[in-house]
Design a protein. Structure first.
Length: 240
């Protein structure tokens, strides 16, 4: 049974520009533009929709054009341990809508929700090869997942084992947390050495027109193309 946590509260929405922004939070290092560092965590991350435990994690923030006069922006947090890669999406967007409840359901990506795509070997190919995979998670906590193939085409018959929850904060704001096993990613996590190709995206529709509209960290026009992904570097524990 998909787990969705509903928590209604007021929140201030920060006015945003109608542009894509790809900036890592490691200030002062120009070579880390378009790269996020994932700090190692001392303990497994509980998936409960509470962002307080992510304090001190590396983040990236990106924005899309406003829809229905609402700003849209997302912050993604990253952490890791020896078992899992952890992601949290904090999304502000236009009025939330979703209808797909079937796994791998058609047009799930048109519902409000998030995507992440991973190129474990960082080969940066034009094709979506057998090591590559992606998850689309809507605000009903329904998933469309796929994996690459030797022919370079994604195969939605593949089913992943990532754990994920959704917490809806109000009509325009939600949090999605995810843990992805390293066994599924297919690489051994090595502090200071492992770099994954990755992109993050936010999906939705224009409430006024019903037209699909997304925004993503890397500004891609073709999602299943790892050559456009940016890098996620595993590093040690953050010094307090």
């Amino acid at each position: 049974m998909p787990q969705v946590i509903w928590h209604w509260s007021l929140s201030l929405l920060i006015p945003s520009l109608a542009t894509y922004i790809c900036v890592a939070d490691e200030a002062g290092s120009s070579d880390l533009q378009h790269r996020i560092r994932a700090f190692k965590t001392n303990m497994p991350i509980a998936l409960d929709g509470d962002l307080a435990k992510w304090r001190g994690a590396s983040t990236v923030r990106f924005e899309g054009k406003p829809l229905a006069r609402r700003p849209r922006h997302a912050t993604v947090y990253t952490l890791w341990d020896k078992e899992n890669l952890y992601l949290a999406f904090d999304v502000h967007t236009s009025k939330l809508q979703a209808s797909v409840r079937e796994h791998d359901g058609d047009k799930l990506w048109e519902d409000d929700g998030v995507e992440f795509l991973i190129d474990p070997l960082s080969h940066r190919a034009k094709e979506f090869l057998a090591d590559d995979f992606s998850y689309h998670i809507n605000i009903l906590n329904t998933v469309y997942d796929d994996r690459g193939t030797p022919s370079g085409q994604p195969d939605s018959r593949w089913n992943g084992n990532a754990q994920h929850i959704v917490r809806i904060l109000d009509d325009y704001h939600y949090v999605i947390e995810v843990s992805v096993p390293w066994a599924e990613i297919g690489v051994e996590p090595v502090e200071g050495h492992t770099i994954l190709g990755i992109d993050f995206a936010v999906n939705g529709k224009d409430p006024d027109t019903g037209a699909y509209d997304y925004f993503d960290w890397c500004g891609l026009k073709v999602f299943h193309e790892p050559s456009g992904f940016d890098g996620l570097l595993l590093v040690g524990r953050r010094s307090e």
